[in-house]
Design a protein around this ligand. Structure first.
Ligand code: FE2
Length: 692
């Protein structure tokens, strides 16, 4: 007899399955495997994976290319044990050349919060490796929840020692502390591919072979795909990495793209990489298709089938008309960006709602990149731009109650305000933002985690406190603070304030942002204003470092001139050894601390000169970190642990992935509505340098 709850879960499973066009599999009683499986990893060169678990179902994935025919059937088995003595489901899983020989199968009828093992076998008994996956707890399950968040895994320029470390520690952790899933916040691939025979190194990095791009374009040393075959080739190259394969075989992944799954500086369906910019409706669809094929997720492709994508045909034509939210109304653009909706939410037990958004497909044009702004001068102030001007550019025609400044001025230089008639910047776009706000307001979980690929913490400095004479030009007298950001939520002032205001008005507690993209570790508070404005945090905000990709400190070590007048604000050169990263101190304590530190290397004295108004939103920032972040959630507390490893230039031959630089823990008790969230940061091991 089927119980009532089982009936409900079966009905909701079928509803989900129909919505994403799934190949349905329902489980039965356990029995021994009937398949003559013998492992042939060489025939499944990208391994196995699982994605988007809910309490009763999960999507399983593999790739099995065939040289004959266009479609074959594999058998997928799911078992309660690793030896497949208690198999609870077997079913057919189609692979076809139309999907680049990738398979996705939704398995339903699973028990909540359970570990399962799965494998694929072809008609001749050639089997994939065995994968492990874990279902979500039921929405009322009070157990503690553990997950990791990661981003930016450039295997063209580094190795994934961080995954090796994550696996090593997870295998040895008590069951209650093992990770339930890995939240991948984008840059799963980098579409900008270097060839080792053309370029040997970049910064400290060795260039490793990843893929060759057919029908692409070349910008500098980077080959860029423009067709689905190019993107597919990159996914195949990335998934050849053994550490990434092992991670996908150990945990279900929950993924959202950042920029590089499509285009470095691309937005909506426009391809942009430095000087190269062109309408890319067909390119956006190609990027979506390859993402769908290689990363199993609960998303609905144009085919209405989980088996294959079926790209709509579009023309690459210029987008000339934008609506009041900056959305390009050109029909091919709309077809392209709507060909795959990546934003979605995941409930995971009583304590966690993960709300996942797409930061690139619907965003308005970048308000900070108009070439005229380059004529304003201030070149001595490395990467700094007055925060007040950033706010004006972000606000567009809506700034200052609809009275934007006609000019953007830096000391005596001025240019017409390029954003004067532009819509206010939006990263989410109107439709997604409405969905996001609704999810945020209606969540009943203790913790509402915004999985946002883009960092949301202000990156700023106080050059107004520099001693006279250090630079030839002085910082503009009325400019106050400098922003060192641009391109993410750290400078999306208006939209960020709108979201935080909703959190406040709707009395949402347990609001926290997890993000990536910045290739650095940050921990702090979600606040729309910093001094001299009113600092009123409504939640927590974290940025996880890159798994591999080079970060700001590595770039500055190579590119910041020794004679740059403000070099001590970024790098403190010592008599011997690599420079210290005063950049971290600049963002958290300000210019006076940096100048003192670069002179005396006396940390205590440097910190005593901290500017308390600069960064009340920051507890921790390390622009040179790499690694991953782990989160543990209970009814009362959020614990976020940064595990930082050395610059991952070469693959570690150690089973633990190599040494760690530091491990730092940020804890916050769940606050009541109206209370201020409070982080406590403690260094568990290693040396965090100038990050605190
Ligand atoms: Fe990245």
């Amino acid at each position: 007899m089927v119980s009532e709850t089982m009936e409900i879960s079966r009905r909701s499973f079928i509803k989900t399955a129909v919505a994403i066009g799934a190949w349905l599999v329902w489980v039965g009683p356990a029995r021994s495997s009937r398949v003559h499986w013998h492992e042939r990893r060489d025939l499944y060169p990208q391994g196995v994976a699982s994605g988007d678990p809910d309490p009763h179902s999960v999507i399983l994935w593999t790739r099995r290319p065939f040289s004959q025919g266009t479609r074959h059937l594999l058998t997928v088995e799911v078992a309660e044990d690793e030896a497949f003595r208690r198999v609870i489901a077997d079913a057919q899983a189609p692979v076809s050349s139309a999907a680049d020989w990738t398979a996705r199968v939704l398995i339903g009828g699973l028990k909540p919060a359970r570990t399962y093992w799965y494998r694929f076998t072809d008609a001749d008994g050639n089997g994939s490796r065995v994968g492990r996956t874990i279902t979500a707890p039921l929405p009322d399950d009070p157990r503690t929840v553990n997950f990791a968040f990661v981003s930016c895994q450039d295997v063209n320029e580094g190795k994934l020692n961080a995954y090796r470390r994550m696996i090593y520690e997870d295998e040895r952790a008590p069951v209650a502390e093992q990770l339930g899933f890995v939240l991948h916040l984008g840059d799963f691939i980098y579409e900008v591919v270097e060839y080792p025979d053309e370029v040997k190194t970049r910064y400290d990095r060795t260039i490793y072979e990843v893929a060759r791009i057919p029908d692409g374009h070349k910008v500098g040393n980077f080959h860029i795909p423009l067709t689905v075959d190019g993107y597919r080739g990159i996914y195949k190259g990335y998934l050849a990495d053994p550490d990434l394969q092992d991670a996908r075989a150990r945990w279900p992944f929950v993924c959202i793209w950042d920029n590089h799954e499509f285009s470095w500086q691309g937005w909506q369906s426009i391809v942009k990489a430095g000087r190269f910019e062109q309408p890319g409706q067909s390119v956006k669809i190609a990027a979506n298709q390859a993402w769908f094929e290689y990363l199993p997720a609960r998303v609905a492709p144009p085919s209405g089938l989980l088996e294959r994508f079926d790209p709509p045909s579009v023309q690459d034509v210029p987008i000339k008309e934008f609506d009041s939210n900056g959305l390009g109304m050109e029909p091919n653009n709309l077809t392209a960006i709507n060909s795959l909706k990546g934003y979605r939410a995941l409930r995971y037990g009583r304590h966690l709602d993960v709300i996942i958004t797409d930061q690139h497909s619907y965003r308005s044009a970048d308000p900070f990149s108009d070439p005229s702004l380059g004529n304003l001068g201030g070149d001595e102030f490395t990467d700094m731009f007055p925060e007040s001007l950033m706010r004006a550019l972000d606000g567009g025609r809506g700034f200052n109650g609809g009275n934007p400044p006609p000019e953007i001025r830096f000391n005596d230089a001025h240019v017409p305000n390029p954003q004067r008639n532009a819509p206010p910047q939006t990263i989410l776009g109107a439709e997604q933002k409405a969905w996001f706000k609704d999810k945020l307001k209606s969540s009943t979980a203790a913790w509402k985690i915004w999985a946002n690929s883009l960092g949301a913490l202000d990156s700023r400095a106080d050059p107004q406190n520099l001693p006279a004479g250090l630079t030839k030009e002085s910082w503009p007298p009325n400019a106050s603070y400098a922003s060192l950001g641009g391109g993410d939520y750290g400078t999306a002032y208006a939209e960020r304030a709108e979201i935080y205001q909703l959190v406040r008005d709707a009395k949402v507690t347990g609001f926290a942002i997890v993000s990536g993209d910045r290739h650095s570790f940050w921990a702090g508070y979600a606040a729309s204003e910093l001094p001299p404005g009113k600092f009123e945090p409504v939640g927590l905000s974290f940025v996880g470092a890159s798994l591999t990709s080079p970060g700001t400190m590595e770039a500055y070590e190579h590119s910041l001139p020794k004679e740059a007048p403000l070099r001590p604000l970024f790098l403190a050169d010592k008599a011997a050894g690599p420079p210290d990263w005063t950049h971290n101190m600049l963002l958290k304590h300000g210019v006076r601390s940096c100048l003192e530190y670069a002179k005396s290397f006396d940390l205590e004295r440097a910190r005593s000169l901290s500017n308390p108004d600069l960064a009340p939103h920051l507890e921790f920032v390390d622009l040179g970190g790499h690694g991953y972040a782990k989160v543990r959630l209970s009814a009362k507390e959020m614990r976020t642990e940064f595990v930082c490893i050395p610059r991952p230039i070469a693959r570690s031959d150690r089973p633990d992935g190599g040494p760690i630089r530091y491990r730092v823990l940020h804890t916050a008790a769940l606050w009541e509505s109206g209370e201020r969230p409070q982080l406590k940061t403690s260094v568990l091991e290693g040396d965090v340098g100038l990050a605190i």
